[in-house]
Design a protein around this ligand. Structure first.
Ligand code: ATP
Length: 370
């Protein structure tokens, strides 16, 4: 089977519940061996998208293919997908081995085939030494690995997980994220994970599909989402603390000698120059734009440094090795993360400047200029 034949494809997939459009013309391809996270606020259509792939809901429009086969009309039982809502719930009276074998009973496999599958999963998840134990004889991490094992022991066409780690405590989540990612990478099947936890998506996904109100706003690698958010929604949604999104007016923009571009903006009552993406030269002088600066892309400088904003430190929030500064300029809160060793005091006047090459410009419609 070729790589393209084992993928999941959504082509203009729409789901209506009476008047409500829960998923709106979604396009997405998930390749074999790839993990894609659907990420977005509550009610944006993540679970509905997953359920349509699984066959638990049927698409109102568009086409879904799994492993090269149109599945729109196929009931869930004929799609051979592995879907898990959460990693928990082991049978307490069964051994680890029996728990792992459980999902295989419906497949009509021989005892030897079942043993072979269990051995494979136990090896990947390092459960060989606990196969004869019952759940109450396992540590929390082991229990979770068995639960993951139960989800992957079959050989389905794809893996679908809905908030798989939502019931776990924070520490276990952290270890599980990396473990699951590692396991999935070896299975060579497409995987879709629904989550509203962006740390989960950023650590587990090869690519993330950010959804809002039924639409997929951007599909990109975690790094690209962070460094090139396609629009204001993605920019504000990805990253903590949230990106500063500051309304400004473009005064002028020109190519620079180094092949980039330099623009002048009127921002919070001041005129500043900054390096921008060369695509910004298409904007006309006087355009209303939004400047996006991540809190870690700002640096505190002396108030007389050119092209800095002049603000007053309004609030200092300690964050361990770093501090989150809230700076006030023309009534606007500017968030800025600096080292905890930085010497700043509430009420102090400071200059704040975006580090070279870290300014995002969004046009009047909220689309990244790139
Ligand atoms: P959450 O993170 O809260 O689970 P979600 O992004 O997974 O949200 P969905 O559960 O897919 O969102 O829901 C998308 C929209 O569709 C919501 O407005 C929801 O109320 C609606 N919806 C979901 N299932 C049904 C249904 N069976 N009948 C009617 N409306 C539904």
């Amino acid at each position: 089977m070729s790589a393209t034949q084992s993928d999941i494809r959504l082509h203009n997939v729409t789901k209506r519940f009476n008047e409500l459009i829960a998923v709106n013309a979604a396009n997405l391809t998930v390749a074999a061996g790839e993990v894609v996270c659907l990420l977005g606020p509550s009610g944006c259509g993540k679970t509905t998208t997953l359920r349509m792939i699984a066959g638990l809901d049927f698409a109102s429009d568009g086409e879904i293919t799994i492993a090269g086969r149109r599945v729109n009309e196929l009931p869930a039982r004929d799609r051979n997908v592995a879907m898990a809502f959460q990693f928990y719930a082991l049978y307490p009276s069964l051994t680890v081995e029996e728990n792992l074998a459980y999902p295989l009973h419906a497949e009509g496999l021989s005892r030897a085939q079942i043993a072979e599958r269990i051995a494979r999963v136990a090896k990947v998840l390092e459960l060989q030494s606990v196969l004869k134990r019952r759940p109450h004889q396992l540590g929390e991490g082991e229990k979770q690995r068995v639960a993951v094992g139960r989800s992957i022991v079959r050989t389905p066409t794809c893996f679908l997980f809905d908030e798989p780690l939502s019931r776990l405590d924070i520490q276990l989540r952290q270890t599980m994220r990396t473990q699951i990612k590692e396991v999935l990478a070896h299975l060579d099947k497409p995987t879709v994970i629904v989550t509203h936890d962006q740390i989960e998506a950023l650590t587990m996904a090869d690519r993330i599909a950010v959804m809002r109100a039924g639409r997929i706003e951007q599909v990109a690698s975690p790094h690209d989402l962070f460094s090139r958010p396609a629009n204001l929604f993605v920019a504000g949604f990805i990253g903590t603390p949230q990106m500063n999104l500051l309304p400004a007016t473009l005064l002028d923009v020109a190519h620079s000698a180094e092949g980039g571009a330099v623009a002048r903006f009127h921002l919070l009552g001041e005129d500043i120059s900054a390096a921008v993406d060369p695509a910004a030269v298409r904007l006309s002088a006087g355009s209303k734009v939004t400047l996006g600066v991540r809190p870690r892309s700002f640096e505190i400088v002396a108030p007389d440094v050119p092209d800095a904003l002049h603000s007053v430190v309004d609030l200092v929030e300690p964050m361990g090795a770093e501090m989150l500064l809230h700076l006030l300029e023309h009534g606007t809160d500017i968030r800025c993360v600096v080292s905890h060793t930085a010497r700043v005091a509430v009420g102090e006047k400071v200059g704040v400047r975006c580090k070279q090459g870290q300014l995002h410009v969004f046009d009047e419609t909220g689309v990244l200029v790139q």
